[in-house]
Design a protein around this ligand. Structure first.
Ligand code: HAM
Length: 418
């Protein structure tokens, strides 16, 4: 146990971390161009925030939360997603007092007690955005375009956008009634979970992983929310689609798309790469701010899993970044050169050039081998003769060329070459 990480978690080793950072940097860069600002919220929150925000009848709240009591007997939960925390921060810090739209992005770890499998972790990382303060379909389209731009910039290829509208407080009760009317006569053929969903939240039945429930939905021709939209929601959805067409973002409408969180109203969408689990998903949530105690404020956002994006890239043979290479390796030929080596190493590093040396008393030949292994561009050799002459011997490993450079010229010599 001591040498085993908890199931569903991962160590990101040097070599992998670089690819992660490339993804994070790309996301930050895309957010900058769309004018979103970064927010960082706590890793744990009061359990009630997620129970109320994400929804009591969701798998996340019913089965997947890492909930614990602290020493003050408060129930806390490791965040299973980012939206609820951002909305809580928006309310608590009164960001709604801002006359402009609040456009935020975040990157960070999330926690869900799920069955670990390919692309599904218990600790995973999301990148996401949330926009608070506008009902305009233009904002839905902007958030979707931001996601599409990011995924395209990563080179993910073959990304499909599926969209739906899940309606509002006016259309949902109508849909609920129609669902219950269609399914109640055959309720005994639904799985136990869906029988309970039929009473509590029938929309969730569309999300059931059980093929027999899906077949039954088809058999009874279960109504989708799209069939029951009120005029305002239908108009909003049409406007989002029109805006996407105009900005060149292609999509398909999937009337059976249901997200795993209960806060959505109107637009809901997922980015899918065929053959993989959903790469990213999001939607509008016009009731969430009020639900957590703030003033009525519409919101819309999306989030994606960094692990999933990387998995798709890796399986396409794309490695977003290599381990960072070393510019300079200082090989110390004998003990008399040790202090000079320490001084030069410091000077080179202070000039912003990456540099390293041997600390294990390796022989000169082994030091050259190490430099090669580390991908160093230059090896600097320092021995008795160089110390006496005030020089250093600089070997360029890419050309094999070796020259003597005065120690006080070393930094300028290297600066023009690395
Ligand atoms: P979600 O669909 O639950 O939405 O998660 C978003 C993305 O996080 C998924 O599409 C997937 O890429 C990744 N993800 C989820 N669970 C796991 C897991 N166990 N392992 C690896 N990756 C995972 C939300 O969380 C919403 N907060 C999105 C949102 C933001 N809606 C509005 N604003």
């Amino acid at each position: 146990m001591l040498t085993q990480r908890p199931r569903g978690t991962a160590d990101l080793l040097p070599g992998e971390v670089e690819s992660w950072r490339r993804l994070e940097d790309t996301f930050r860069e895309v957010c900058r161009t769309y004018h979103y600002q970064e927010i960082r919220t706590p890793i744990f929150e009061h359990t009630e925030l997620f129970a109320r925000g994400v929804g009591e009848t969701t798998d996340i709240v019913e089965k997947e939360m890492y909930t614990f009591e602290d020493h003050g007997e408060r129930s806390l939960t490791l965040r299973p997603e980012g939206t609820a925390g951002v909305v809580r921060a928006f309310v608590e810090n009164k960001l709604y007092g801002n006359p402009d739209l609040t456009k935020l992005f975040y990157i960070g770890p999330m926690f869900r007690y799920e069955k670990p499998q390919k692309g599904r972790w218990r600790q995973f990382h999301q990148y996401g955005v949330e926009v608070l303060g506008s009902e305009a379909p233009d904002v839905d389209a902007e958030v979707i375009a931001l996601g599409a731009t990011f995924l395209e910039r990563l080179g993910l290829g073959r990304v499909q956008l599926e969209m739906n509208s899940v309606g509002c407080a006016e259309c949902r009760p109508r849909h609920r009634e129609a669902m219950v009317a269609a399914l109640r006569p055959v309720a005994d053929r639904l799985c136990a979970d869906c029988q309970s969903r039929l009473e509590r939240n029938p929309l969730r039945i569309f999300d059931c992983k059980n093929e027999s429930c899906q077949a039954l939905l088809r058999e009874v021709n279960a109504p989708t929310v799209l069939d029951c939209l009120c005029d305002a929601c239908a108009e909003h959805f049409d406007a989002v689609k029109r805006l996407l067409q105009e900005t060149g973002v292609s999509y398909t409408v999937n009337p059976r798309l249901v997200r795993g969180l209960d806060y959505y109203t109107r637009t809901a969408w997922e980015f899918i790469v065929p053959g993989y689990s959903t790469v990213a998903g999001g939607g509008r949530y016009n009731g969430l701010v009020a639900e957590v105690g703030g003033p009525e404020t519409p919101g819309v956002g999306f989030a994606g899993g960094l692990e999933r994006a990387l998995l798709v890239l890796q399986e396409q043979g794309i490695h977003p970044a290599q381990k960072s290479a070393l510019a300079v390796y200082i090989a110390v030929a004998d003990d008399t050169a040790a202090t000079t080596a320490a001084r030069l190493l410091q000077q080179v590093r202070e000039a912003g050039i990456s540099a390293d040396r041997d600390y294990q008393n390796k022989g000169l030949k082994a030091q050259f081998k190490a430099a090669d292994r580390l991908g160093a561009r230059f090896v600097l050799v320092l021995g008795e003769n160089e110390v006496a002459a005030g020089t250093v011997s600089v070997k360029d490993l890419t050309t094999g060329e070796q020259v003597a450079v005065a120690q006080d010229q070393l930094v300028s010599y290297l600066s023009t070459r690395v």
